[in-house]
Design a protein around this ligand. Structure first.
Ligand SMILES: NC(=O)c1ccc[n+]([C@@H]2O[C@H](COP(=O)([O-])OP(=O)(O)OC[C@H]3O[C@@H](n4cnc5c(N)ncnc54)[C@H](OP(=O)(O)O)[C@@H]3O)[C@@H](O)[C@H]2O)c1
Length: 294
């Protein structure tokens, strides 16, 4: 394939780092947008690759401050964005970051005549539109769809990085299970997802749903984490009606915390099984996490 000049927004994050690495493996020129360039000088907390000496250009900027990201799309052929607010920020809303931040980048990509924009939303988003973070993702996806730019929206299931919470819980000795824990999903490793994201450059597909190779119930992921850590945690079933009743309390505390609770509740109520891709196994990932920690 013809070599492209690529902007990776969210380039210091879990997925963005693997995507930048994959673009480099395939010989493309890569510019990263990061808020903190020190972050990419060492491996990420989930094993993400070191990038500072691997990519071609690093721009330090914050998508909520337009003056810091001016010109980031100059000379760029392809924009990939996994830029998003994934943990409570308490200053900005999902709308500010996931919608407005990506909107600013799209406007610059259009002005600079980039040829393709690849954006990462969330699998089953259409079933969770009452959650403000999901709304922001899909509001941006709708803008992208009508922008006239060639685009692909990738909608992944849960990432292996998020599944690491089960390891942490197993080690505390208490493993909360929301509802029956019987809803199924196929989480995906960012390295596998990165391949699909980079493949999207040469494809016409506008929407790609993606999950990993193995399908688990939530209880099975909890049991896998317990097995790998060698612990026998107490499985504490939290009835969904209790979790539902706690949601208004979380909403009073913070919109971002409420989003996290709402998301956990939503995925406890529906199966999230997307087309299966990749070869990374969750059990291997759990073992690698433990050996990384020593
Ligand atoms: N986690 C999951 O299971 C899952 C599942 C499906 C979809 N998704 C979506 O996939 C996307 C990527 O997830 P991830 O796990 O890779 O998230 P992540 O590790 O938190 O990465 C997010 C990236 O966005 C950057 N960012 C956040 N706010 C910014 C701002 N104002 N200006 C510039 N950069 C900013 C972060 O920079 P810093 O490094 O400085 O924080 C980071 O590089 C998210 O949109 C998420 O909602 C996640």
């Amino acid at each position: 394939m013809e070599k492209k000049k690529v902007l990776v927004a969210g380039g210091s994050g879990y997925l963005g780092r693997y995507v930048a690495d994959e673009f480099k493996k395939r010989g493309h020129w890569v510019r990263l947008l990061v808020r903190n360039p020190d972050k990419i000088r060492k491996p990420g907390e989930h094993g993400e690759p070191v990038l500072h000496d691997r990519v071609d250009d690093v721009v330090t900027g914050d998508a909520t401050r337009p003056e810091t990201i001016e010109g980031i799309c100059d000379g760029i052929d392809v924009v990939f964005s996994s830029l998003g607010m994934t943990r409570p920020d308490f200053r900005h809303s999902s709308f500010d970051v996931d919608y407005m931040g990506n909107r600013r980048i799209l406007d610059m990509a259009l002005a600079g005549k980039a040829e393709k924009f690849i954006y990462v939303s969330v699998f089953n988003a259409e079933k969770m539109l009452d959650i403000s973070n999901i709304q922001a993702h899909e509001q941006f996806a709708a803008e992208l769809r009508k922008s006239g730019m060639d685009f692909t929206i990738v909608r992944p299931t849960g990432y292996f990085s998020d599944m690491e919470q089960f390891l942490n819980l197993a080690r505390t000795g208490i493993m909360p299970i929301l509802g029956d824990g019987d809803k199924r999903s196929n989480p995906i490793h960012a390295a596998d997802l990165a391949q699909l994201c980079v493949d999207a450059v040469g494809k016409k597909a506008t929407d790609i749903d993606a999950g990993g190779p193995d399908i688990f119930t939530y209880r099975e992921v909890a049991e896998l984490a317990a097995k790998v850590t060698g612990r026998h945690p107490l499985y504490l079933t939290i009835p969904l009606w209790i979790a539902d009743a706690l949601l208004p309390v979380a909403q009073l505390l913070s919109r971002d915390v409420a989003d996290i609770v709402s998301f956990a509740l939503a995925v406890s109520k529906i199966d999230s099984v997307a087309p299966q891709h990749g070869g990374h196994r969750l059990e291997d990932h759990f073992r690698e996490c433990l050996s990384r920690e020593g």
